[in-house]
Write a protein that binds this ligand. Structure first.
Ligand code: SF4
Length: 414
């Protein structure tokens, strides 16, 4: 949903906005008066629309009282409601004296040490032993250090498991075809996400580290439709606007946010509002990227796509998917909060859905928030694989719910 009001127009002595036809005394219709009136009505309509989500998604209000959701996403709820600061705001106050030209091993050493310090500082802030305001703004911060490290990684890109090792600074393109300037497809308040996220300030960027044959977002992930280049300062303003208009979070998605990590870190340096960061990812990022996300991301919204590497390679061209995904889910749980999306694919219940759900219950806990998704429909090149040419059957949907219950999961939604 976008908030564009191209349909307002004047007509004689009345102004028509959507179905409202508002009449004014003729002499009052000077241009200035008209401008003020339009502005007033425009703002009125905006705030009306901004509240519309409470009608469209009553579950988004109900979830605020949902004990299971609140338990597994407790810090996220607090940040969303401005009771606690987002992680990036703490990262900005943690001093990290460094020279960006230092050897990468030295930068990493400092980063790993500061990650421990970040965790202690976050605890002190969360338990009200310290406040953000107590902390001076350092010359160089933990967030600056992260950005310096990614900058070095881009010269030999290994942000994701493909490990292309291309020099993106010299415009070499890797598997994802992402360059150095972030390209945005759309920015809007998303009403279709999980109830705890809605309305979600979503930024769709171009490019992806996977090539799923059934991709629902193929126009931006693989086909590369036209987008707009954003500077970090412009993107920061857009994120601040989303928050101002009632977004619960900044939802970084694509395609895939991983190739744009440096641009995202730079963007959040310029953001001066409290907003939880949602990392909406395919979970195929590298070990190094996972380390950089700690102390930056509040809520990991991770796809867990395949229960084995054969299916991952066949459908998404993703070698070593299982190792990458399980490692990144464990890391996400350690350094933030987590919602896992499991898209059920036709005829992949035994090989994928079952092992994924069992692994989650055994390794991340039975109370993990899991969205078992049934919206699969054939898109893009899905017809290349016989089993992906149809939607799920009723039995497959019921079986997936049974599998989640048998795994012992207690906090799953569908
Ligand atoms: S982010 Fe892109 S260029 Fe970098 S390793 Fe992954 S696919 Fe290759």
């Amino acid at each position: 949903m976008t908030h564009r009001f191209s349909k307002s127009r004047t007509n004689g002595n009345s102004i028509k906005i959507f179905c409202l036809n508002i009449r004014f005394p003729k002499k009052a219709l000077s241009q200035t008066y008209l401008m003020h009136a339009l502005h007033f009505i425009h703002n009125l309509s905006l705030s009306y629309l901004e509240k519309m989500w409470t009608f469209l998604r009553p579950d988004a209000t109900a979830v605020l009282r949902d004990k299971k959701a609140r338990t597994s996403l407790s810090r996220y709820f607090n940040v969303m409601q401005d009771d606690k600061p987002a992680k990036f705001t703490i990262a900005k106050r943690l001093s990290a004296h460094h020279n960006p030209q230092d050897p990468p091993t030295k930068l990493w050493q400092l980063h790993d040490q500061l990650t421990q310090e970040f965790c202690s500082l976050e605890k002190e802030i969360d338990t009200r032993r310290k406040t953000l305001q107590d902390l001076p703004t350092p010359e160089q911060s933990y967030l600056d250090l992260k950005s310096a490290i990614v900058n070095r990684m881009l010269g030999n890109c290994h942000l994701c498991t493909h490990q292309c090792h291309v020099n993106r600074h010299t415009n070499e393109l890797g598997y994802c075809r992402c360059g150095t300037r972030i390209i945005v497809s759309t920015i809007f308040q998303h009403m279709g996400e999980e109830p705890e996220l809605v309305p979600s300030g979503t930024i769709f960027t171009l490019g992806c580290t996977l090539q799923c044959l059934h991709c629902q977002n193929w126009t931006i992930s693989q086909w590369y439709e036209d987008g707009e280049i954003y500077t970090p300062t412009r993107l920061a303003k857009a994120v601040e606007q989303l928050r101002k208009r009632g977004s619960r979070n900044a939802n970084l998605v694509g395609g895939e946010p991983t190739p744009w990590l440096q641009q995202w870190l730079e963007t959040f340096k310029h953001i001066n509002t409290n907003i939880p960061i949602v990392w909406n990812s395919n979970s195929y990022y590298s070990r190094q990227t996972a380390k950089l996300l700690a102390g930056f991301v509040d809520l990991y919204l991770l796809d867990f796509k395949y229960g084995n590497n054969q299916c991952a390679e066949r459908i998404s061209d993703a070698p070593k998917y299982w190792e990458a995904s399980t490692r990144n889910h464990l890391h996400a749980k350690k350094y933030g909060e987590l919602i896992i999306r499991v898209l059920v694919l036709p005829e992949h219940l035994d090989c994928c859905t079952k092992p994924i759900l069992n692994w989650i219950a055994e390794n991340l806990g039975k109370g993990t928030r899991v969205n078992v998704m049934f919206q699969y429909h054939p898109e893009w090149k899905a017809k290349e694989l016989p089993e992906l040419r149809r939607r799920l059957t009723k039995k497959e949907r019921e079986d997936a719910i049974r599998l989640a219950k048998e795994a012992g999961l207690t906090n799953f939604i569908t």
